[in-house]
Design a protein around this ligand. Sequence first.
Ligand code: TRP
Length: 347
Amino acid sequence: MEKIILTGDRPTGNLHLGHYVGSLRRRIELQNTLNYDEFYIMLADSQALTDNFGNVQKVRDNVLNVMLDYLAVGLDPNKVTFFIQSEVSELTEFTFYYMNLVTLARLERNPTVKEELKTKDFSASIPMGFLTYPVSQAADITAFNATIIPVGDDQLPMIEQTREIVRSFNNLYGETLVEPQAVLPENENCYRLVGTDGKAKMSKSLGNCIYLSDEPDVIKQKVFSMYTDPDHIHVEDPGKVEGNTVFTYLDVFSKPEDFVKFMPEYKNLDELKAHYSRGGLGDMKIKKFLNNILQELIAPIREKRRELEKNPEAIFEILKKGTHKARKVAYKNLIKLKTNMGINYFN
Ligand code: TRP
C-alpha cells in the first residue's frame, strides 16, 4: 500500500509550543526519516470558517502566518505539498456524498465536536457547517487516499469517523476508499501541552501560549510567570513536581545536553526533581533553566520566520504550486469515486 501522509491545521492564529510538540515535531521527523510516497499539509481555511464565518479576514491572514510557521520550523516544500483547502473545490463534492452516510445523531456524539461546542457561543443553535465539519475532514483525508494522519489526540474522533465513512462507502459502492491511521505524538505530555497557567491545554483563547514567533523578552516574561507549586513559598520548603508546569515543560523540552550547558550542578532531570521535592531549590532557578532551553529552541525558528516574512509572494507561490497538484489528485480520485457510485453519465 502507498504511504500517503496528510495533515493540516485551521489557520486561526500563530502556531505555539503546543503545536510544536503536539504535531510539528512529528511532521518534521516523518519528512526526514519516512520513506513516503506523498506528504500533504493542508491549510484548513474552509474548516476554520465553520466557526469563524463572520471573520473571513482573520482566517485569510492566518493562512500566511501558519505557512510562515511551518517553513520556519523546517517543513520543506521540496518534500511536502502544501495546499489551501478552499481552493480544492472537489473536497466539497466528496463531502456532499459522504453526508448520506452519516447521521445527525452520530455527529452529535462526536466527542471533539461536543467539547468544542461547550466553548462556542452558538447562542441560537448549532450551524450545520460546524456540526458537519467531521464529514468534510473525512473528505480531506480520503480525497488523497491518505493512510497516515499525524495529529493530536483531540483528532482521534475525526479519524474514527472517517474510518466509519470509508467502511460504509466501500460496503455500499464497492472497494474504493482506504482507512486512514492516526499517528500520535511521542508521549502523553505532548498530546495536549498544558498552558503556562497550568490550567488547560495551550490555546490562544485562554492566553496561555508561548508562540514560535515570540520575542526573547516575551518568552522570558511568560516562563517567569508560569504556574508552579503554590505551597512552595520559601526556597527551603519541599516542592511538588506533579502538576508543576515548569517541570511538565522540562519533561517535554529538556535534553541531557541542556544540563551540561545550563545546569552542570545536576546530572539529569530526576536529580533536579528530587532536590525540588526535598526542598532547598527555588522556583527562580528552575524557571531560568527552562527559559534558557526555550530561548535556544525558539531563536532559530523566529529568525528564519523573520527572513521568510520579507517575501510573502514566495510563500504564496509555494501554496499555489502545491494547491495545483493537490487539485489534480483530488479530481482524479473524485472521478473514481463517482464512477464507483454510478454517477458517471458521460463516460
Ligand atoms: N481538524 C484539524 C485541526 O483542527 C484540521 C484538519 C482539517 C485536519 N482537515 C484535516 C487534520 C485532515 C488532519 C487531517 O487542527
